[in-house]
Design a protein around this ligand. Structure first.
Ligand code: ADP
Length: 514
């Protein structure tokens, strides 16, 4: 047991970090990704997002007006879209005279600043392929042209827009607060008009700073929150696992009364149910093992006592030195041999260390031989074994093993049969419904003994299981016989079973494919 504990500890060592830290790291990673996204979108890209939105807005407004330029209510339309979007609008003739005007934003450049040159603007726009963007500084209102940030621009370069290829430096861009968009449109009379829209871009620096400070707090809070959450979740998950681990260590030291109490969530409840079942089964095996040792010791001691007793008597007392006593020694030695063989067989069979050698042989003749031999051995004690068969059957199987299985059933029948000391062995052939191609053979061993109680029936095939635990009869075996039968038939893909009635007798049977 000590060995087990040591090996557990050794295996534990290379394990990586505990579940507590794993959950913490996962949560931290998750929060990290969220925060990085927030930082990128709220702080780093806010300015460009905002500008992009403004540009799209101003272009959409220009398109709306362009579509309605021939409408008779164009003046109303212009003032409505102007108010709705907070954009000042002017429509200029080709000579630069104002045709329509909507002034909704106080201090807009196109309405209130003297350095805004309306007269030259239409030709400037036409030269710039009918479209022009201009940014104006908040202080001083100096005019600068900028590249169009909207992706659908196909504006070509003019003298006036020579700086368009180079993106504006960030410093410069931050200073600007007014965006002017001018576009050449054609009205129903084929006259060229220039649409001028003026939108105010509020500086986002202050907002970005506010967001940055907020994000510092959010980051700190998120880290703290993930630590606390990780600790709570980890405790909730790992506590039952630790409890189960402790119980399993106790189980490993041989304490089969250990009970697993895993509660909290479904998986752990299922695990503890499985482990409780395992502990129960292990304790059963342990009990059977202890019983077997007790039985084997008992079964070994009886013949050994007899052998040494009779041998000493034959040595010391000349009268006792006769063949009857010698026979007793021989019989007891045989019993010892059977016992030892049984124990060896079952361990070999159940660890899979035995292979079967199938060869065609006459099963009927082989069974008949075994019965004859047994009849000869037992007829002095009044036992009689009858064999009923209608034809000889040859099949491919391991003769030694099948004979061993049959012999075990036969000796059980002899051991447990009733006062009439009669046993009947029947051989029948039947077509197996599950197997169209081959017939099957069924061997039944019927006795008239006390039978087996229904509650014991499912267990008699288990190793070391014995219904009669009190050793009423000297013939009682080791509890291994039927387990050997089961293993042999399993290896032959045969079937086996028993029907039994208390005080009437039992019919043990097995089937094999012919
Ligand atoms: P054992 O060596 O004790 O006979 P087995 O594995 O052969 O072990 O049988 C298991 C148990 O099944 C026996 O202890 C016995 O109680 C019961 N049993 C087996 N064969 C018979 C039978 N023919 N009649 C009544 N009980 C039987």
């Amino acid at each position: 047991m000590k060995k087990n504990t040591i090996s557990f500890q050794k295996k534990n060592k290379p394990r990586q970090i505990s579940i507590k830290w794993k959950i913490f790291l996962f949560l931290l990673g998750f929060c990290g990704v969220l925060l990085i996204l927030l930082w990128f979108f709220q702080v780093i890209f806010l300015n460009s997002f905002y500008k992009g939105i403004k540009i799209n807005e101003i272009k959409a407004t220009a398109n709306t007006i362009e579509k309605s330029i021939n409408d008779e209510n164009i003046a109303t339309i212009i003032s409505t879209v102007s108010e709705n979007n907070d954009i000042c609008i002017k429509v200029l003739s080709s000579s630069g005279d104002t045709i329509y005007s909507s002034h909704v934003v106080k201090g807009c450049i196109i309405h209130s600043k003297p350095d805004f040159d309306e007269k030259t603007l239409p030709s400037e726009v036409t030269n710039n392929d009918g479209e022009l963007f201009q940014y104006y500084n908040h202080d001083g209102y100096s005019r600068e042209t900028e590249p169009e940030p909207a992706p659908d621009s196909d504006a070509t370069q003019t003298d006036n827009t020579q700086t368009q290829d180079k993106p504006p430096s960030e410093e410069k861009e931050k200073e600007k607060d007014t965006l002017i968009y001018a576009k050449t449109i054609i009205d129903a009379n084929d006259e060229e008009l220039t649409l001028v829209l003026n939108s105010i871009i509020s500086p986002v620096n202050a907002t970005v700073n506010t967001l940055r400070v907020q994000l510092y707090y959010i980051t700190a809070f998120m880290i703290l929150f993930s630590v606390i959450l990780a600790l709570i979740i980890a405790k909730w998950i790992s506590r039952p696992i630790e409890a189960i681990n402790n119980s399993t260590k106790m189980l490993a030291t041989g304490d089969y009364s250990t009970r697993f109490k895993g509660t909290g969530y479904k998986e752990i409840a299922e695990l503890s149910d499985t482990l409780n079942y395992t502990a129960k089964e292990l304790s059963k095996v342990e009990l059977l093992r202890q019983e077997l040792i007790a039985n084997i010791s008992h079964d070994l001691r009886t013949p050994l006592t007899l052998i040494s007793g009779y041998a000493e008597a034959m040595r010391d007392l000349p009268d006792e030195n006769n063949s009857e006593n010698a026979q007793i020694i021989v019989d007891e030695t045989k019993r010892l041999t059977t016992l030892v063989n049984d124990v060896m067989d079952i361990s070999k069979l159940q660890t899979g260390n035995i292979s079967i050698h199938r060869q065609p042989y006459n099963l009927t003749a082989s069974l008949s031989d075994s019965i004859n031999r047994m009849n000869k051995l037992m007829e002095m004690d009044g036992y009689q074994i009858d064999f009923v068969s209608n034809r000889e059957v040859t099949l491919a199987a391991d003769e030694t093993r099948i004979s061993q299985a049959f012999y075990n059933l036969l000796t059980n029948a002899i051991n447990y049969t009733g006062e009439d000391k009669k046993i009947i062995v029947t051989q029948t052939i039947f077509p197996n419904p599950a197997d169209d191609l081959a017939d099957w053979i069924k061997i039944e061993v019927t006795d008239s003994g006390e039978g087996i109680a229904a509650e014991d029936l499912p267990y008699i095939w288990d190793r070391y299981y014995k219904v009669d635990k009190t050793h009423k009869r000297a013939v009682t075996g080791t509890g291994l016989g039927l387990s050997i039968v089961k293993s042999i038939l399993d290896m032959h893909h045969g079937d086996y079973g028993v029907t039994s009635k208390l005080n009437k007798g039992s019919v043990f049977w097995f089937t094999l494919k012919i």
